[in-house]
Design a protein around this ligand. Sequence first.
Ligand SMILES: [Zn+2]
Length: 323
Amino acid sequence: MSNYSIGVDLGGTKILAGVIDTNTGTVIEYSKKRTQTEFGKNSIIQNIIENVEKAICKAQIPVSKISSLGIGAAGQVDREKGILISSPNIECYDIELKNILENHFNIPVYVGNDVEVATLGEMKFGSGIGYKNFVCIFIGAGIGSGIVQNGEIYQGFTGTAGEIGHIIVDSGGRACSCGGHGCLEAYASRTAIEKKILASLKKGHNSVIRDIIKDEEQIRSRHIKQALEEGDEIVLNCITEASEYLSSGLATIINFYNPQLIILGGGLISNIDFFYEITVKKTIAKSLPTPSERVKITRTALGDFSGIVGASLLEKAYLEKLN
Ligand SMILES: [Zn+2]
């Protein structure tokens, strides 16, 4: 078996594809594109194919030397059939990723959930090296987590474990995309922070964020970072509030699961030191003494590449399970 595999991270905002050396976790080359959800299933598949082909071309490695293609998709997946069943962020249903991509590239295709594969990447080649029981939490458009138990990804009875974005931090509170109320991601995800900032602007509060984002559609973590550096009070309040809720969620994880390690990832965490640091401080203060004294909290080591590195390892993980 060749040691090169393709890893694809299919998210609501971007599609990232890379050629990975699966022995070392090295990203040989990669290609990135905005996810075009507005033209439906076929254009998403086309986006993936173009991205993968571009990464292969840049890496100058023939397809015959690539053993598999793994894909981590943001949403609910059927791992056996390789189907993306539903995804609120990609706004598409029943995409037969495995069938279509196997026919196109003529190599085996493996499909997993995006957070699950990013956790696999961090476990094998990132901040999780040397740890057997930990949780990887990603704060982006939503909030998701991967659970590692005894060195293996724990998927839960029905395969949906780790939905930390939907633990309830405010009973009867803000509406969440899941249909419930008061969920963590309705308070601490990038989307939630963006909504809160926009609501403050609507009320007429002064903020530099309007000048920073110019005519871009969304408030990104880099915009938030810049606003904080310029001392913007609206953004500071929104970030502080989000960290209050996020730390409550993380303290719950520490008390409930007693992990050795918590790995935090996503744009807000990797780009904004202030957000990361106050969240860690508040988390430790809110958790029970015994588990919080020993738990280590850190950031992802692979950053943006956790997903593609993890996805490229899906074939190996699958074969290990068979043996
Ligand atoms: Zn929810």
